[in-house]
Each structure stands twice: as structure tokens, then as C-alpha cells.
Design a protein around this ligand. Structure first.
Ligand code: UTP
Length: 407
């Protein structure tokens, strides 16, 4: 794209300010900016207008397979899941493309050290949990790691420096996700440098399209992988490739399994699993009406009482039916670093604009069958989202220690 084409594209979207510093850039910077303008989908900015008008369908409860129900058939589920894993039909995918702005640590969240007396990195915790499955079963499981251009190099280097925490590197595959522009409250895209538009990762739903773009889906096809377990980086007690979970999802014939926890209170800030217009769906905590919060099931428990913990098991053959175009766009208020009118770099302390994200939880609604699978929150749910308080380093450390993990 040349200068005049870039200028026209920006004019069409009311973003001419992006070329404000163009004349002062060197040739490489000019080229880079023009190609960033060419690649950027400014059409995404139009979602700001409809951000408060998301139309939802009719909700009804979706029961989970509870821990007592799982225990009744645990051996059977285990055998089925262990068979799938030993046949090489299961893979894992770690979502590590997020910016972790709430935690605010330098570097990728996976490189965060939560140890007290010795280093215990988030990635290390996750690999150790995965090896709790691979070592006793004497198998290797492909681990795909989604990064973003903001943390890709540091993630790859970190894992290499730490010898992949004992995992076989030939089974670890990194790929970057796509980015979206970030803008102020008036829809004007921020600049993060004189020659660079401010961008942020486009949400965790893009994992399948980004995996395909990186050509890594060939591994799924060539090896006949049937299930892929997608999970978040921040839960340091996350149990992935869990044979019982895989076996239950397979024997129940579901296109996706979702690990869930019983909510501690109707107001807990977790996405709730349910049906929406008869299909599986997840309602974010801020979308839950009081009526849904208080609704009871036949046994007197909360009808919408299970929250998701970002651990999903997708049946690979169901994924081709999922389309990014059908997923809602979440317009999220965040802190976006930018250069001000005098070209000074500013790292805001408060949210100053919007980022655009599609979320993995919205993939569930495009599938027809989902198994909510209950896990014990004290053993499997220790998210690190914030510096202090709820879902923080401190709360995760406590839960790790409760589970006998030396920090
Ligand atoms: P969060 O919703 O906690 O977002 O991500 P975040 O960006 O990491 O953190 P904040 O909101 O800025 O503090 C949940 C999971 O999804 C991944 C994260 O890495 C985490 O594992 N994620 C999120 C991506 O992989 N890509 C994204 O674009 C967003």
C-alpha cells in the first residue's frame, strides 16, 4: 500500500491522524506504518456504537455432571480418556496471548514467579500439571501455545531458557494470535509510537483460526487428533488433558466439555454455563439478571450455579462449524499505552479507551452439545488476575500451598 492509498483508507474511517508523524519517519518506519495500515481492520471500530445493545436469546439452565456423578463412573471415564490419550488423540492448547494488564507484571504472565523461597513460574506449574498425566501414562501430548506479537519472543525465549520445564520441546508449538487496533472513547485509534498504531491481542477466540494460519492444524489432521483441551495461562492449578474429563466428554458424545465450579455466591464474577435458545452458552456475570441469579432448581440449589474456569475440551471435528464471523465482538474498556500530542509515551493508570475482543466462551454457543463438568474449586481453580485481593498472586499462593505445592 502506498501513501495515497493509506491516506484514502484512513480518511474513509476518520483516522487521518495516524499519518501525523509520517514525514519525520525514516524509510523503514514509513514502510512499516503503511503495511500496518494496510493490514489493520478499522471496520472493527464500528462495534463501539452497538456495544451496549448486545441481543441475547432466551436462557434456561443447563445441568452439570456433578462431582458425585463423576465419581460413580470415574473408572469408566478414566479408562476411556486414558485410551484416547494413549492413542495420541488428545492435544492441549494454552491461551497465553493476553496482556495481563490487571496483574501489570513485566513480561508474559506465564513467566511470572509465584514462588516464595524458590522460583515457581506460572508456565512451570502448568507443565508440571500436564506431566502429571503424561508421565504415568508414558505418552507425549502436543502442547500448542498461543502468544501475541507483544509477548511471542519473550515467551519462546523463556521456555527455552528453562528447558521447557522438562517437557519434550518437539511437542511444544508456539504461534501468535492476531491483533486489533485500540482506540480512545471517541473511536480514534491510539498511536503507540510515531510510526505504530496501538494494537492489542484480539481476544482468545481466535485460537483456532490463528492455529490454522500458522499451519499447525496439519498436526491435528496428520495425527488424527480428536480432542483439543484449551485452557488459560492464569489458573496455576489448572488440570489439563485430564483423562476423566476427556473420557466423560467422549462417552457423553458431546462436542465440547467445559470444566465448571459451583459458584460460591450468586454474585460471583464468573461466566455462567446455561442454554440460550436451546443451545449451550455462557453468560458473563455482568449480563446475569437478578431473576437468573436467584432462580432455583428442583433440589433448591441455584439453577445457574456453575461458573466456567476457562478449561474447554473441543472435539476437533466440530471446530470447522465454528465461525469467527458469527461471534459477538466484546468492546472492552482497558488501559492503553499511547503517545500524547507531544509524542510522549504515556502508560495510563486508569482505563482510557477500548480494545476489541472475541472470546473463546462464545465458541460454545456455536456448538450443539456441551458437557459442563464439575471440578473441586479448591483443587483446580487458582486464577491469577490481579496484583492483590481476589484472584491474585496471594490467593493463588494460598491455594497452591493447600494442595501441597512448595513455593
Ligand atoms: P483475560 O481475560 O484474563 O485477559 O484472559 P488478559 O489480557 O490476560 O488479562 P487482563 O484482562 O489484561 O488483565 C484469559 C485468558 O485468555 C488469554 C489470556 O492469556 C488468558 O490465558 N488471552 C486473552 C489470549 O490468549 N488472547 C487474548 O487476546 C486475550
Amino acid at each position: 500500500m502506498d501513501y495515497s492509498e493509506a491516506e484514502k483508507k484512513l480518511r474513509d474511517y476518520g483516522q487521518e491522524h495516524i499519518l501525523r508523524y509520517y514525514d519525520g519517519l525514516d524509510d523503514d518506519e514509513k514502510k512499516a506504518l503503511l503495511s500496518q495500515i494496510e493490514e489493520t481492520d478499522f471496520g472493527i471500530l464500528s462495534y463501539i456504537e452497538g456495544k451496549d445493545k448486545v441481543q441475547r436469546g432466551v436462557f434456561s439452565p443447563l445441568d452439570a455432571l456433578s462431582i458425585p456423578q463423576i465419581n460413580e463412573r470415574r473408572d469408566e471415564y478414566y479408562e476411556e480418556g486414558a485410551r484416547i490419550i494413549k492413542d495420541g488423540k488428545a492435544a492441549c492448547l494454552l491461551l497465553a496471548g493476553g496482556m495481563g494488564t490487571r496483574l501489570g507484571a513485566d513480561g508474559p504472565k506465564g513467566a511470572f514467579d509465584l514462588g516464595k523461597t524458590h522460583p515457581v513460574y506460572v508456565f512451570q506449574r502448568l507443565i508440571e500439571n500436564l506431566m502429571d498425566v503424561t508421565v504415568p501414562l508414558a505418552v507425549k501430548i502436543h502442547l500448542f501455545i498461543m502468544t501475541s506479537e507483544k509477548n511471542h519472543a519473550r515467551t519462546v525465549d523463556f521456555m527455552k531458557e528453562h528447558d521447557y520445564f522438562g517437557y519434550d520441546p518437539s511437542f511444544v508449538h508456539f504461534f501468535p494470535q492476531e491483533m486489533a487496533p485500540a482506540c480512545d472513547y471517541n473511536g480514534k485509534v491510539y498511536m503507540e509510537e510515531k510510526g505504530r498504531i496501538a494494537t492489542s491481542p484480539n481476544g482468545n477466540a481466535g485460537w483456532y483460526s490463528s492455529l490454522k494460519r500458522a499451519g499447525l492444524d496439519s498436526i491435528l489432521r496428520d495425527e488424527g487428533i480428536e480432542y483439543i483441551n484449551v485452557f488459560a495461562v492464569d489458573n496455576v492449578l489448572q488440570r489439563m488433558a485430564d483423562p476423566v474429563f476427556i473420557g466423560a466428554t467422549s462417552l457423553k458424545g458431546c462436542q465440547v466439555g467445559a470444566k465448571v465450579v459451583r459458584k460460591v455466591s450468586p454474585d460471583e464474577k464468573v461466566g455462567v454455563i446455561c442454554l440460550e435458545d436451546g443451545r449451550p452458552s455462557i453468560v458473563e456475570y455482568y449480563e446475569l439478571s437478578d431473576e437468573m441469579k436467584d432462580a432455583k432448581d428442583a433440589e433448591g440449589g441455584y439453577a445457574y450455579g456453575y461458573g466456567v474456569i476457562l478449561n474447554y475440551l473441543f472435539e476437533v471435528k466440530a471446530l470447522d462449524a465454528v465461525s469467527d464471523d458469527l461471534m459477538p465482538m466484546h468492546v472492552v474498556e482497558k488501559k492503553i499505552p499511547f503517545i500524547d500530542d507531544d509524542a510522549n509515551y504515556v502508560k495510563p493508570k486508569e482505563p482510557n479507551g477500548y480494545k476489541f475482543e472475541q472470546l473463546v466462551l462464545d465458541m460454545i454457543h456455536q456448538l450443539s452439545t456441551c458437557l459442563p463438568y464439575e471440578v473441586d474449586r479448591d483443587r483446580e481453580f487458582a486464577p491469577i488476575k490481579n496484583k492483590t485481593g481476589k484472584d491474585s498472586v496471594e490467593s493463588a499462593q494460598k491455594l497452591c500451598e493447600k494442595n501441597g505445592i512448595k513455593l
